[in-house]
Design a protein around this ligand. Structure first.
Ligand code: ADP
Ligand code: MG
Length: 759
């Protein structure tokens, strides 16, 4: 480790002077926070300029710090200034079409000797500075430049991509470029290969130093690509090795094997199912049963689109564990969902859930709910049922993670809607087991395979590939929010469905007019819309005054409190039974609204995204999303998944203030086009920046998967994963691969853990 790390961890040597040339390290530190050799080596170019293509000047953005590739058009002789002492030099650059000026100041004309030598007409320069425009003339203020006619570049220089680094005024592009070049020269033989030889050969990788050279100072496109390939592969391979080690170490741990007995509760339940299992419910059920029957903990991710019937799969597995003498815990992300799980699971089980009560089935178990907001007596009873082993199934929220919650024999943990739980929380619950409990993580967010491999690489994956038969059609329509007639039609649709005995959801982005947005005050997934929505009179609200002219504040999202008033007073819907549901209601009230909605006693719920996941009321047939342009694709897909469940055709109305061509408009159009969750997930990933997908920090530091794009690098990730699995199988503690072990350890102790945590 040390031997590998020493040259990289050492600080960049400081020079004596106070100029960029004499003391680059000082400026790299102050300007970009780069302190060590590693920092600088991994300060990778953001993009590359191509000598054949000058930067289009008219595309520059005022006020931005830009580095542009341009040609000197005119070197104006220095002029003495009238108002002040000193001289001014104006040099004009061009892209062949537009021009831009750089202005320099000095005491005497003689101080421009460098500029005079460098900036001869025709010379190619990389110039950086802040872009401004004065009386229609583009300018670069505080300009800094480097000329590109380095004699050492020779003739082949034309093909050389020019690296453009994240830079600053204190540490401009040329300084980074020169410093990196110098550093790379001195590193010959100092960056030993840490990937196994067979991996290097198998993926055709450059060695580490060559790869860094190729990325920082490529001779041509092909070399640049080879360098990037190595760095990406290295990143994927180290991460996949960490994940393979994690899997292997859990696989060595002991768990109690659990199997169903022919006359047990699981068999009794299967016999009374009112419908046949789908093919994939059956297949996944077998995979899970096989895992549970092993004396090692299952670690499985169950993916299935909205409505694919994951709960049933989980319940059958829980009953298998109960048969095997253990208890199962089902962890839900919200109280609403936990309470609903309790309702639907006890309903499905019927007298199989009645242990201890008169007339219960002889194989019956007990199902209890444990949430943070329960009253003390109910809570005590639930805690006791869990600790005594009387409860075979314990359903709860985060409250289940608290220390004083004890189980007699916790054999199985199911986590519903994984994306709300971190690795640490999973581990906390698993630590409550007698030995390590089996784990099933369920997610309704369809994740492309390679993304799953990266984010959940420590889990095996099962997928429900089909929906239960008889799923009705859901028609999705984007409704322009500024068209009163369309909005009227929306409320009429709700009334028409209510007349047929059906129910509707109306979802808003925030609870109250004084919230920032979303449940708990956080804005919905995508944050506020990226464009100001047009004014409309639908949900009137005083507009904040005094904002800067020309920068309209985005119209605030409509709140539950406003929309419920509209629904209660609109002629079409005034007579309907309408209730509100959001995270700030007291838990008992939330539960009451949900229960009455489930029982058909409420026609319309006006809610926040609390109804986003898992809520299952088959009689609901309309989903209206107000300000749909503020929500992300997967959230809208989840919301729409609440309807079309009971064989009733559904209608999903997405009220939007976004124009059709905008990113939000495109998202909504995609939702109207397809209900395929995987297709939508792919689109979602394409629209977002990769950094957002992975939640990686956007700082200048080397962030997780900096180079790796989970979609773009799908094949590479799969390849690296296979190679890592092979390696770990052959050398489970990496004792024959010490340098790799060091790289993995560095990664795991640093950003990888944090990164997995965010997953
Ligand atoms: P999700 O995967 O979104 O959590 P659920 O588990 O809530 O889906 O199931 C959606 C609905 O489909 C539920 O009402 C459930 O009872 C029903 N369901 C599950 N499996 C089947 C099946 N094999 N045939 C018919 N209906 C099913
Ligand atoms: Mg569910």
């Amino acid at each position: 480790m040390d031997e590998l790390d020493a040259p990289l961890s050492s600080r960049l040597p400081r020079g004596k002077g106070n100029s960029k040339k004499a003391n680059p390290a000082k400026f790299l530190s102050e300007g970009l926070g780069l302190e060590t050799v590693r920092d600088l080596l991994w300060h990778l170019p953001r993009r590359y300029a191509d000598r054949g293509t000058l930067t289009p000047i008219r595309d520059l953005v005022e006020g931005e710090n830009a580095t542009i590739l341009a040609q000197v058009v005119k070197y104006g002789e220095p002029q003495r200034m009238r108002a002040k002492d000193g001289v001014r030099l104006v040099v004009t650059l061009g892209d062949g079409r537009d021009t831009l000026t750089m202005t320099f100041f000095a005491k005497f004309a003689g101080q421009f000797a460098h500029q005079k030598a460098d900036l001869v007409p025709g010379a190619l320069v990389l110039a950086s500075g802040k872009v401004s425009k004065f009386q229609d003339v583009w300018q670069l203020s505080h300009p800094d430049y480097e000329t590109l006619e380095d004699p050492e570049d020779g003739v082949d220089a034309v093909n050389r991509p020019i690296p453009l680094y994240p830079a600053s005024k204190a540490a401009p592009n040329w300084l980074v470029r020169q410093s990196v070049a110098q550093l790379l020269d001195g590193l010959e033989g100092q960056l030993p290969e840490f990937l196994p030889a067979e991996v290097v050969a198998g993926a055709d990788l450059l060695d580490p130093l060559a790869a860094l050279r190729a990325v920082h100072a490529p001779r041509d496109e092909a070399e640049l690509e080879a360098g990037r390939h190595r760095l990406r592969y290295e990143e994927a391979f180290v991460l996949q090795t960490a994940l393979a080690l994690r899997r292997a170490s859990t696989a060595r741990q002991r768990a109690v094997a659990r199997t169903a007995s022919p006359d047990g509760i699981a068999a009794a339940f299967d016999q009374r199912l009112p419908f046949p299992l789908t093919g994939s419910q059956r297949a996944v059920g077998e995979e899970i049963a096989a895992d549970l029957a092993r004396p090692h903990p299952m670690q499985r991710l169950l993916q299935g689109d909205v409505g694919s019937g994951k709960t049933l799969v989980a319940l059958r597995a829980m009953l298998t564990v109960v048969d095997g003498g253990g208890q199962a815990a089902l962890l839900a992300p919200t109280e609403v969902l936990a309470a609903q799980h309790l309702r639907s699971i006890t309903a499905m089980l019927g007298d199989l859930a009645g242990a201890g009560t008169f007339g219960a089935h002889e194989r019956a178990t007990k199902v209890v709910l444990l949430t943070g907001s329960m009253g003390a007596p109910a809570r005590r009873a639930a805690l006791l049922a869990a600790a005594s082993g009387e409860a075979g199934i314990v359903i709860g929220t985060h409250a289940l993670l608290q220390e004083h919650v004890q189980f007699a024999d916790l054999g199985f943990v199911v986590v519903d809607e994984q994306h709300r739980f971190g690795v640490e929380q999973r581990d906390a619950l698993r630590a409550k087991g007698n030995g390590i409990p089996h784990l099933l993580v369920m997610t309704a967010t369809p994740i492309p395979r390679t993304v799953a491999m990266t984010l959940f690489g420590d889990l095996e994956t099962s997928v429900l590939t089909e929906l239960p038969p008889g799923r009705a059609d859901v028609q999705t329509v984007v409704v322009p929010q500024d068209r009163p007639a369309w909005i009227d039609r929306t409320w009429q649709r709700i009334a028409e469905e209510a007349a047929l005995g059906r129910q509707s959801y109306v979802v808003c982005a925030r609870i109250d007019t004084d919230d920032e947005g979303g449940e708990d005050g956080t804005p919905p997934e995508d944050g506020p819309g990226e464009e100001p929505a047009p004014d409309d009179a639908l949900f009137e609200e005083p507009r904040p005054r005094g904002g800067k002219p020309g920068r309209p504040k985005p119209r605030p999202a409509a709140a539950v409190s406003q929309v419920v008033e509209v629904v209660r007073t609109h002629p079409a819907t005034a007579g309907l039974r309408t209730e509100v549901l959001h995270g700030r209601l007291p838990p008992a009230e939330k539960d009451d609204v949900m229960s009455r909605f489930a029982a058909g006693e409420v026609d319309v719920v006006v809610a926040t995204t609390v109804v986003e996941v898992g809520v299952d009321v088959p009689n609901a047939s309309v989903m209206v999303v107000v300000d749909a342009d503020r929500f992300g694709i997967s959230q809208l897909h989840q919301l729409r998944g609440r309807i079309g469940r009971g064989g009733l055709p559904g209608t999903c109305l997405l009220l939007s203030g976004a124009s059709e061509g905008s990113p939000a408009g495109q998202r909504l159009a995609a939702l109207a086009r397809t209900r395929d969750g995987f297709e939508l997930a792919r689109l979602d990933l394409e629209q977002r920046r990769e950094g957002d997908v992975l939640g990686a920090a956007q700082s200048g530091e080397r962030s997780s998967l900096q180079l790796l794009g989970v979609l773009r690098d799908a094949e590479l990730v799969a390849h690296a994963r296979a190679a890592a699995v092979t390696l770990v199988a052959a050398d489970p503690d990496l004792s024959a691969h010490r340098p790799l072990a060091a790289a993995v350890a560095a990664r795991v102790s640093g950003d990888t853990e944090a990164f997995l945590e965010r997953a």
